[in-house]
Ligand binder design. Structure first.
Ligand code: MN
Length: 445
């Protein structure tokens, strides 16, 4: 399938006496030791080649529109420690480049192609290229990144199928966590259940470090310690997903540890759920991500007002950025070979410098074949709320007594993965999120 990706990229360049140079990933080690992290190919290289091994490089000849792959020339010691060394024929059959070389031939091939310009993905690769091959000509590090990003943002049918498979397994793993949840377990025990079902299904690479946050930890955006004992009355927030052939899945659910929501947990939960469902319903071609973000924020402020946690008119609440105190992250992001995938901000589009939306990771019109997450949340974060209670511009909006009583509440986030289609969307996430359904499943297990 990677030949389709190369074709797509070639089609964005005119024929010219220039080459694209890309260096694949190397094995990474823990500091100065021989402990190897699991290998994960760099996403652009993976996209163009499908090579799932370290130390490869490629040249795309933009004049002939041909693909040159450069394999590392392994010695027998490599076979002793890392396994079989593939023959050139095996590499050719597996990856089907137009021309296969060992990496030692790269200077010679470069000399034959005689490019007037080199396109690289970033300064680091550009500088490496100049230093290693003593290249004096122009190196462009903008155009290739922009065009590769364009390719990756609009998924092919094959890519969408990979994402459906990542989501299918993620649905299984999240459902198993829901069934296993009970007070007295440690957060890592739920993570173990989750990881087990991913790995059992052949997904070996987490798409990111999973968050299994109970009680106050559920309000920590990037909580990864996962080592607290879950208490009766806690919420548990699970934000986790694995990759299938490099394509990520990224779901979040929040459950009551003991199987039933308290009154205040239910009120906040219903608010987040309503915001999430309304946001998903807004998805169609040409809708702007920031518009959905602001609508979700407004819905959640309405809910917090009804729960008498905040006060004042919704107009004033929105105008004064009160929503940023409870919803300090973006509504969602692009999803693909990376969890926070490329393309959220096309060239010329800047971040909105405003509390509550500055962390939005995607700001563009949604189009068919894009994949996004929709993940509103409400959190009670003392680090934000304490200063706000002392701020005369904000504290008139806050019910001090209620807010202070919720400092240990934690947070609630609900996240689904959505493909934008020609006439709307396809939701890849199928894990219970209605309160009744969650309570029923927990009561039965
Ligand atoms: Mn996410």
């Amino acid at each position: 399938m990677n030949h389709l990706h190369r074709q797509k990229l070639f089609s964005l360049f005119d024929q010219e006496q220039a080459v694209v140079y890309l260096r694949g990933a190397e094995i990474m080690h823990r500091y100065e030791t021989d402990y190897e992290f699991p290998f994960r190919q760099e996403s652009n290289f993976w996209y163009l080649t499908g090579v799932d091994e370290p130390d490869y490089q490629l040249l795309l000849d933009l004049n002939q529109q041909e693909y040159h792959l450069f394999a590392p020339d392994r010695d027998s010691q490599f076979a002793v420690w890392h396994g079989r060394v593939k023959t050139k024929e095996q590499i050719q059959d597996e990856y089907e480049p137009d021309h296969l070389h060992y990496d030692s031939a790269l200077p010679k091939v470069l000399d034959e192609l005689g490019p007037g310009k080199i396109y690289c993905v970033n300064d680091q690769q550009g500088d490496y290229f100049k230093d290693t091959f003593d290249y004096q000509g122009p190196v462009d590090v903008d155009v290739l990144t922009e065009r590769l990003t364009h390719c990756r943002v609009f998924k092919t049918d094959w890519e969408l199928d990979q994402m459906r498979e990542a989501a299918r397994v993620n649905n299984v793993a999240h459902r198993r966590v829901l069934k296993a949840l009970e007070p007295g377990k440690y957060e890592y025990e739920l993570k173990a259940v989750f990881d087990y079902h991913q790995i059992k299904n052949g997904l070996l690479q987490p798409a990111y470090t999973g968050i299994f946050g109970s009680g106050p930890n559920s309000a920590i955006m990037h909580y990864v310690n996962n080592d607290r004992k879950i208490e009766d009355g806690d919420l548990l927030l699970i934000d986790a997903g694995y990759e299938y052939r490099g394509y990520a899945s990224d779901f979040t659910r929040t459950y009551p540890a003991n199987g039933s929501f308290t009154k205040i947990q239910a009120a906040v939960y219903e608010t987040v759920l309503e915001a999430q469902k309304k946001a998903i319903d807004m998805i169609e071609p040409d809708v702007k991500m920031e518009k959905i973000h602001m609508q979700a924020a407004r819905t959640m402020m309405q809910g917090l007002k009804e729960a008498d946690i905040i006060r004042g008119s919704i107009e004033d609440i929105m105008e004064n950025d009160v929503f940023a105190l409870f919803f300090p992250h973006g509504l969602g992001h692009f999803l693909g070979l990376d969890t926070h995938d490329v393309g959220g901000y096309p060239k010329g589009v800047e971040k909105i410098e405003r509390p509550g939306i500055e962390y939005l990771r995607a700001r563009r019109n949604l189009q068919p074949d894009m994949v996004v997450t929709i993940e509103p949340g409400i959190y009670f974060i003392p680090a934000l709320l304490k200063p706000a209670l002392d701020n005369p511009d904000l504290n008139s909006f806050l019910n001090r007594e209620k807010v202070e009583s919720l400092f240990d509440f934690g947070g609630i986030r609900i996240e689904d993965n959505i493909i934008i289609t020609d006439d709307g969307y396809e939701n890849l996430t199928d894990v219970p999120k209605e309160r009744d359904a969650i309570e029923q499943i927990m009561a039965a297990s």
